[in-house]
Design a protein around this ligand. Structure first.
Ligand code: NAD
Length: 346
């Protein structure tokens, strides 16, 4: 197990001078829960709605480039207040992010755009670079939660650009993929997804690894659970579930142009773990501890999430082919980090 000790405040070596305290800061203990959402597109606005329905935040700040559109979302959200939870929802700017417990970055380019991978990386990289600087100038204490894609590359870059301790820069990573995987396994066995313990690790993207070897249902390995149910253990069915998990996002985008309900729920789940100091294990992206020998990279592994962000990154029991796949996933993310750093210094 690798402990990312909060007290040591492991920081990126650069840019710490950019992080300045503001007079409006309050201690983590006394302030009311405020969540800032930067980017008011599909993901940002749906996350605001999911957050409002959750009742977790007293204040939700929406920061959008198109202010009129953001105001439209805010007025629409306020119409839901009487039916949900008293929440102050407002359009803000970066100065309103100053006391946010968590700032969620959802700005980016449309998921259905026809841009090349490099062009998409350059464009979203430039957007997130600017936003991270603006947010961190105002809010040196909160947690940065990155949803913009490619999320692992941008989580790594945001950590470097921000100068924040490693545990306070989190990417939504494969939290969404893990939920897709668990639901499909649950359907396969005819049980509730809450009874399936399984993880998708690595890149949130093509090289992700749905880990079958250590997946458990009600404490049983998958072959053992099949035996209990009197059903045959079908490796090909499980391989199909892993494939469907990997391609689920693309299929939704093909059908409706974007994905946003699942990611919004995943983001709210991560926020809940933080605000309520849950010590919940979620597959989020963060800079991988050196002891895991995966290189200088951010990707998803099961991680304990508490009030301070990522408290620990946990290893996963893998078979040989899964370990090889994880190493190659790390290399794929590293290659993209290299490509981004040639366009925008990291
Ligand atoms: P969208 O086009 O609907 O919204 C993007 C928003 O970002 C737009 O409203 C745009 O105005 C805003 N924006 C751009 N530059 C900005 C800036 N400098 N400041 C403030 N706002 C700015 O796209 P979307 O569907 O909401 O997706 C947003 C991002 O989330 C994309 O990168 C997408 O790939 C990613 N995403 C990630 C996951 C995941 O699992 N991590 C899932 C779905 C989408």
């Amino acid at each position: 197990m690798t402990n990312l000790n909060h007290d040591k405040e492991v920081t990126a070596s650069v840019h710490s001078s950019k992080v300045k305290a503001t007079s409006t800061e309050q201690s983590l203990e006394t302030r009311i829960p405020r969540i800032a959402i930067v980017g008011a597109g599909f993901v940002g606005s749906t996350t605001a709605f999911a957050l409002m329905m959750s009742g977790l935040a007293a204040e939700i700040v929406l920061v959008g480039r198109n202010v009129r559109r953001a105001e439209g979302h805010v007025n629409d959200l306020r119409d839901a207040e009487v039916f949900s939870h008293a929440t102050r929802v407002f359009v803000g700017d970066f100065s309103d992010c100053c006391s946010a417990d968590v700032t969620i970055i959802t700005a980016g380019v449309s998921q259905s755009g026809q841009k090349s991978r490099t062009e998409g990386l350059r464009e979203t990289g430039a957007i997130v670079h600017g936003l991270v600087n603006d947010v961190c100038l105002q809010n040196p204490r909160g947690i940065l939660l990155i949803a913009s894609n490619p999320v692992d590359v941008l989580t790594y870059a945001a950590w470097k650009w921000s100068g924040l301790p490693v545990h306070r820069v989190i990417g939504s990573g494969t939290s969404l993929d893990t939920s897709r995987f668990r639901r499909r396994l649950a359907e396969h066995y005819g049980v509730a997804s809450a009874n399936v313990h399984a993880y998708v690790i690595g890149e949130h993207g093509d090289s992700q690894i749905p880990v079958l070897s250590s997946a458990r249902v009600a404490g049983f390995p998958l072959d053992g659970f099949s035996n209990e149910l009197g059903m045959s253990h079908s490796e090909s069915s499980l391989a199909r579930i892993a494939d469907q998990t990997r391609t689920a996002g693309v299929e939704i985008i093909d059908a409706k142009g974007a994905t946003y309900y699942g990611i919004a729920a995943a983001l709210v789940r991560i926020v809940r773990a933080i605000l309520r100091d849950e010590h919940t294990i979620l597959t989020v992206s963060s800079r991988v501890p050196e002891s895991m020998h995966l290189g200088d990279v951010s990707l998803s592994l099961p991680s304990i999430i508490d009030r301070h962000g990522v408290a620990r990154v946990l290893p996963v029991a893998l078979n040989n082919s899964e370990r090889v796949a994880l190493e190659s996933s790390a290399k794929a993310v590293q290659t993209s980090i290299g490509a981004l750093s040639e366009m925008i210094p990291i």
